[in-house]
Design a protein around this ligand. Structure first.
Ligand code: VGL
Ligand code: ZN
Length: 194
């Protein structure tokens, strides 16, 4: 079978969930829904990707070094670990992003696997044409990833029941969703799963 669809779970990590360094209210509530998508994709033998925000201790991404964020998702710390309720199969492709101490990078298209292979290359090799995107945060990583995916020629479904936003400013997530739809992404939710 020609693989064309893939699931992308973005940054479903402890630090982005309540109690974490950059805890997003209700972020943990989407994990069971993400797990349902994971099951559905695994059952169809479709690829599943999961990114982790994976920062060095010093990076311009953090307030202390000129950025806008509190310290979060430091490599190999509990805050950077996947949420304990997330059920990724052993076949899932794991990707890492945010390692460059000089840059903010939110998009999964700046992520790579442990060998340094970039997300875009992996998708091309596998024949993926359409990404189903879930995770955190709607107004940052999900947004930047979606726009990059569309620019790279992929179709995008935003899993609206499996994303959650930071909302540094009220309305950021709604604006992000509006922008993604305008750029060509489509909404998708569990009830549309076949
Ligand atoms: C993210 C804020 C800071 C994200 C990463 O992945 O959405 N947001 N670092
Ligand atoms: Zn980050």
């Amino acid at each position: 079978m020609k693989i064309s669809k893939a699931l992308l779970v973005v940054d479903a990590q402890n630090d982005f969930c309540p109690g974490g360094a950059l805890g997003i209210p209700q972020a943990d509530k989407i994990i069971p829904t993400i797990n349902k998508y994971i099951k559905a994709f695994a059952k169809k033998k479709l690829p599943i990707f999961a990114t982790r925000d994976w920062h060095p201790a010093r990076t311009k991404h953090f307030k202390d070094f000129g950025g806008i964020w509190p310290v979060h998702c430091i490599q190999n710390t509990p805050g950077a670990a996947f949420h304990p309720a997330l059920r990724l199969p052993k076949e899932a492709f794991l990707l890492y992003k945010g390692m460059d101490p000089q840059k903010d990078s939110y998009s999964a298209f700046h992520a790579q696997d442990l060998r340094g292979l970039e997300f875009d290359k992996i998708l091309k090799i596998m024949g993926v044409r359409e990404l189903y995107i879930a995770g955190l945060a709607t107004d940052y990583c999900v947004k930047f990833t979606t726009h990059d995916a569309l620019r790279h020629g992929f179709k995008v479904k935003i899993l609206v029941d499996a994303i959650q936003g930071v909302n540094l400013k009220a309305g950021d997530s709604e604006n992000a969703i509006r922008g993604m739809l305008k750029a060509g992404a489509k909404k998708f939710s569990l009830k549309m799963l076949k």
